[in-house]
Design a protein. Structure first.
Length: 156
């Protein structure tokens, strides 16, 4: 299976988890490609959408993993721009990976719902999500749990 890992990461947290997942997926002999979203303008925390330098081509992938930090109960502006502008999601499997500072109910749940709505409106088959709460002493355990969940979703 060819898997595209589309992601935006301002602090590097989301990027680090996405890269770990790519290494684990590679162990399962999937063909993976990291597709970082690059901003065309300075980052703005209050913006719902942020312009991208280039929209990644996702046509050749069987599955996409879309990674985003949670900013104020919503996905990163770069990820929203990607999900709103991308074409070719009909029948494509999609898995979400979220990183957030607080409890899942304090923003991540809303972000998952927003992402699910955008993807299903474009015909994607959303398989599920992995979520990492960054704050706290058990971060490494939560990262491993989210990585395992994402990888298991791809096996089903």
């Amino acid at each position: 299976m060819k898997v595209g890992l589309v992601h935006y990461s301002k602090t590097g947290h989301t990027k680090s988890v996405i890269e770990d997942i790519a290494l684990n997926i590679l162990k399962d002999e999937h063909d993976t490609v990291l597709l970082p979203l690059e901003l065309a303008s300075p980052w703005d925390a209050s913006a719902d959408r942020l312009p991208l330098k280039k929209l990644p081509d996702v046509q050749g992938f069987d599955c996409l993993i879309v990674g985003t930090p949670v900013h104020g109960g919503r996905m990163a502006g770069a990820v929203r721009t990607f999900l709103e502008e991308i074409e070719g999601l009909i029948g494509k499997e999609v898995v979400f990976l979220l990183t957030n500072l607080f409890w899942q109910g304090w923003g991540a749940d809303q972000t998952i719902q927003q992402m699910r709505e955008l993807c299903t409106a474009k015909g994607a088959d959303v398989l599920g999500y992995g979520n990492v709460r960054w704050l706290g002493f058990k971060r490494n355990k939560r990262i491993q749990q989210a990585e395992r969940k994402v990888i298991e979703l791809l096996k089903d």
